[in-house]
Design a protein around this ligand. Sequence first.
Ligand code: HEC
Ligand code: HEC
Length: 265
Amino acid sequence: MKDLINTLGLCSRILVLFFLPLLGFHSSFVQELNPLEGDPRAARVGGSIFRAQCATCHGADAMGIDSIDAPDLTQIFTTPGSSDQDVFQTIREGIPGSIMPPHAFPEAEIWMLVSYLRSVGVSGFTGQIQGDPDRGMFLFSENCETCHRMNGQGGSLGPNLSMIAAVRSEDAIINSIRDPSAIIGRQYKPVSVLTEGNVRFRGIIKSEDAFSIQVLGTNQVLRGFRKSTLRELVYEDQSVMTTFNESALNGRDLTDILSYLQSNL
Ligand code: HEC
Ligand code: HEC
């Protein structure tokens, strides 16, 4: 049986080699699917390539390095619509206008990197939460909705949470609630400015260049400032998200909120 499979494997490889020129396959053509998917060795070797070539910027754990704005790569598959092929292209071509360089590696090595990133990537809740989703919905509207959208309703200071149970683990969400400042998403960097008129404005950075900065205030009003006119510009390390300790939300409250987030999928 094993021999048969090997032979079939070999045959199909020969067939592929034979037919590829007919199909117009050339080296810039990228397959939709990772040909190494499901091969644990690919992820392992990809991990070594990663540590040698990518870790200086993205961190040895692929979780990103904030000071150089190199993103957390364990999150890339959580963006709706992101595919193995997109990640392949990004690695090969780099991101123009950023320090993310192109990589002229053989295709197989790039796929190994993709396999590795898949293996460390997060992908949603692992089990069915035993909680009360209705009570969770109530707690959510009381505590979270001012900043977070769910199904088209709610504030926009924080990320939309409608699909969050599909892209983050239970633990990741609990950590976000108990300790929001531990990991602050790239698009939610907190900042505090003191204007010419001595007015303090705190919020998250929406965009910034050498001369100006746009801040979405904690009051959810967007304001732009010329940096030269500011008395103070402080990049903060505390998230604008409220920290919810045990007395604000106990364990049962969290379970109910999680079950609401899951029931929403
Ligand atoms: C010199 C630093 C540097 C190196 C080396 C580097 N990257 Fe990046 N990478 C970045 C930065 C910075 C970004 C974000 C660019 C942007 O979005 O403006 C990025 C973006 C990415 C993205 C897109 C992330 C997203 O949010 O969609 C992927 C995937 C990626 N890098 C993979 C890799 C891999 C794999 C390697 C190694 C082969 C690598 N990078 C090497 C700095 C680096
Ligand atoms: C004052 C505004 C505010 C409130 C209230 C708030 N959040 Fe947040 N939340 C944010 C911001 C801003 C971020 C992004 C920055 C960060 O991660 O700290 C965030 C991030 C998160 C994340 C991480 C999302 C991700 O992509 O990983 C989760 C989960 C979350 N909040 C859940 C909640 C829940 C549940 C509540 C209510 C119990 C809540 N938040 C209340 C502003 C808020």
